[in-house]
Design a protein around this ligand. Structure first.
Ligand SMILES: NC(=O)N[C@H]1NC(=O)NC1=O
Length: 174
């Protein structure tokens, strides 16, 4: 699908196709539909980013809370969204040794207890070792730093999901 086809979608189809570009937050997609037409895919991405940036801190934390843990309960029970399952598999989260799995689980819980939202990172841009290292390091940050850091990662995930759905109209900036 190209951007012209995107702009021609009614809101039902737009939300049905793009509703999970931010994990389990179709309200964001539904809101940016009114910003059509998008000149480029980057313009659609920018509209999503602006919507997120305009949210109060509680809204940003709410977005983070819609994300499943990496290698967490949803992965074990097969209840991840298709997008998240593919991303987590790409980073090897479905093939951790038992030692790695328990370390991951302990750190995820520590992170959530400290911040009140889950650790979020763009799994497709990181491997297993990197994810474990960053999770360890980021547990030591301040809450406000982590809120912003997590939101940056949400935007990276969103960009890659959008690029999987819409033909690219500009050089990949990643
Ligand atoms: N917790 C977390 O980072 N979750 C995710 N990251 C990603 O790339 N896909 C996800 O579901």
């Amino acid at each position: 699908m190209d951007i012209t086809a995107v702009n021609a979608l009614n809101y039902e189809d737009f939300v049905s196709i793009f509703g999970n570009v931010v994990e389990k937050c179709p309200i964001i997609t539904a809101a940016v539909w009114s910003r059509r037409p998008f000149v480029t895919l980057n313009a659609l991405e920018a509209a999503i980013s602006e919507f997120i940036d305009d949210l109060p801190e509680s809204g940003k934390e709410g977005i983070l809370r819609c994300h499943p843990d990496l290698a967490g309960r949803d992965l074990q029970s097969g209840t991840l969204t298709r997008e998240s399952r593919e991303e987590q598999a790409r980073a090897g989260m479905d093939a951790l040794s038992s030692g790695e799995a328990s370390r991951m689980s302990r750190l995820n819980e520590e992170y959530k207890t400290r911040f009140g939202f889950p650790f979020v990172i763009c799994a497709r841009m990181n491997d297993k070792a990197n994810i474990l290292r960053q999770l360890t390091e980021r547990c030591g940050n301040e809450r406000a730093v982590e809120r912003e850091r997590g939101i940056e990662e949400v935007k990276k995930i969103c960009r890659l999901r959008l690029q999987g759905l819409v033909l690219c109209d500009a050089p990949n900036k990643l």
